[in-house]
Design a protein around this ligand. Structure first.
Ligand code: ADP
Ligand code: TRP
Length: 323
């Protein structure tokens, strides 16, 4: 079974990325063949600073390896090191109905947030479909925000196979894997956490910055003595990510009982988060001493990815009559 997922180098990885995608991918190394990449072509749709893009790519690579990605078991690469994906994107574009893309929430959300609606942003889901289909992926672990993009991917694959496969599945239909408990992780402002919304809790910020972010989590003005509803509290949702089941139940009870101040919950959240990532921080500090190794990992990953990419691309070219 091949399990694939990507992350954009549009900023610094955060705990939303970690729980919805990075950790599931690390765990997937035990159940199948992991392909995972840094989606730098995708990031070009929103990042217009070349130096930032370059440094984000290395930063994401370092963070991901620190989270336990093992280059011996996983194929880890930079998207643009396999430019074959752009050719498949073009081929797929020609079977993608405009109406399919016009329905995409992610595009509309980004435009609503003030990102300029360039063609790349609009065509983003076709590139993502190419990422997934190029490697004949079976499973794609993602957060809820990517669910629709997976549906688009399947629609495109069905259309392609129907039109050019003559009954053959030239492109494999992938399945999204979205874990309920971590489908949408809230940010410090209660909105979905996202690199592009400035509301992230980074995995590897230093202690002072992490404490400041957590103490700054927006809460309502319910007085300390009043009962509070854990189920509508994003602070509780964040706490729950790091707590054992018993600890989460106990905390929910204290929310409901009243007499619990949000400051106390934030302190508890900080302590848990800081302890949780401690071993990963140690690994990151080691890896950071040898960035050449990190670059080598990506280079070698790309070599392995290109072998797979060439196979699918050759089949797609043949199927449509480019060869
Ligand atoms: P971002 O939105 O922060 O730029 P990416 O677009 O690079 O993150 O997403 C990488 C992965 O992390 C995707 O699978 C995405 O669904 C997931 N993800 C991002 N933010 C969240 C979140 N707040 N909750 C759950 N999953 C998330
Ligand atoms: N679009 C994804 C995101 O913003 C990143 C991504 C690009 C991706 N290509 C992919 C995720 C292929 C899964 C599979 O989160």
């Amino acid at each position: 079974m091949r399990i694939l997922s990507g992350i954009q180098p549009s900023g610094t990885p955060h705990i939303g990325n970690y729980f919805a995608m990075m950790r599931p991918m690390v765990e997937s190394q035990a159940r199948g063949e992991v392909f995972t990449f840094i989606a730098d072509y995708h990031a070009l749709t929103t990042v217009d600073d070349p130096a930032a893009l370059r440094s984000n790519v290395l930063g994401v690579a370092l963070d991901y390896l620190a989270c336990g990605l093992d280059p011996k078991r996983a194929v880890f690469f930079r998207q643009s090191d396999v430019p074959q994906v752009t050719e498949l994107t073009w081929i797929l574009s020609t079977v993608t109905p405009l109406s399919l893309l016009e329905k995409c929430h992610s595009y509309k959300d980004k435009v609503a947030k003030g990102i300029s609606p360039n063609h790349g942003l609009f065509a983003y889901p076709v590139l993502m479909a190419a990422d997934i289909l190029l490697y004949q992926s079976d499973r794609v672990p993602v957060g809820q925000d990517q669910k629709q993009h997976l549906e688009v991917t399947r629609d495109i694959a069905v259309k392609f196979n129907l039109q050019f496969g003559g009954g053959r599945a030239i492109l494999k239909l992938p399945e999204a894997e979205i874990r309920d408990e971590v489908a949408v992780i809230p940010g410090a402002d209660g909105q979905k956490m996202s690199k592009s919304y400035g509301n992230t809790i980074e995995i590897f910020a230093n202690e002072k910055a992490t404490r400041k972010t957590i103490m700054g989590i927006v809460t309502d003005s319910t007085p300390v003595e009043s009962p509070k509803d854990p189920d509508t509290s994003h602070l509780y949702a964040l706490y729950k990510l790091f707590a054992t089941a018993d600890e989460a139940t106990a905390m929910a009870g204290r929310f409901r009982a009243g007499g619990l101040g949000y400051g106390e919950v934030k302190k508890a959240l900080f302590e848990k988060l800081w302890a949780y990532f401690e071993p990963l921080r140690k690994r990151r500090a080691e890896l950071e001493k040898n960035m050449d190794h990190v670059r080598d990992v990506l280079r070698q990953g790309a070599e392995r990815a290109r072998v797979e990419a060439d196979k699918t691309l050759a089949a797609a070219r043949e199927a449509v009559g480019l060869r």
